[in-house]
Design a protein around this ligand. Structure first.
Ligand SMILES: [Zn+2]
Length: 103
């Protein structure tokens, strides 16, 4: 098991999980629901974490996420339905689930 991705934004982590799952990589989420059971822990302790189950998938997973999540220079897109700004990693609006324009 290797930690491949973590973010304070659980939507991004969920999206990363979907990207890797689509590539057939076994992944597991930790702390997915920790935020609601947080108590006094510092916020970063409860960041959702995406782990690859098989260490040999780690490099592939990192590469896939680098491509998918680090589209440098690509600005966030704005939802045509509710006007929320969405990170380029999202294929649909985090707020209202409207599909990303142009996809
Ligand atoms: Zn929206």
């Amino acid at each position: 098991m290797k930690l491949v991705y973590t973010s304070e934004n659980r939507f991004l982590v969920g999206n990363a999980r979907n990207i890797l799952a689509a590539k057939g990589i076994d992944v597991t989420l930790r702390n997915e629901h920790a935020a609601s059971a947080l108590g006094e822990l510092p916020a970063f302790e409860a960041w959702p974490e995406l782990w690859v189950v098989n260490d040999e998938d780690y490099d592939t997973a990192c590469e896939a996420l680098r491509h998918a999540l680090s589209e440098k220079g690509t600005p966030p897109w704005r939802c045509s339905n509710c006007g929320e700004e969405n990170d380029v990693a999202f294929d649909f609006c985090w707020c209202c689930s409207t599909d990303r324009p142009g996809t």
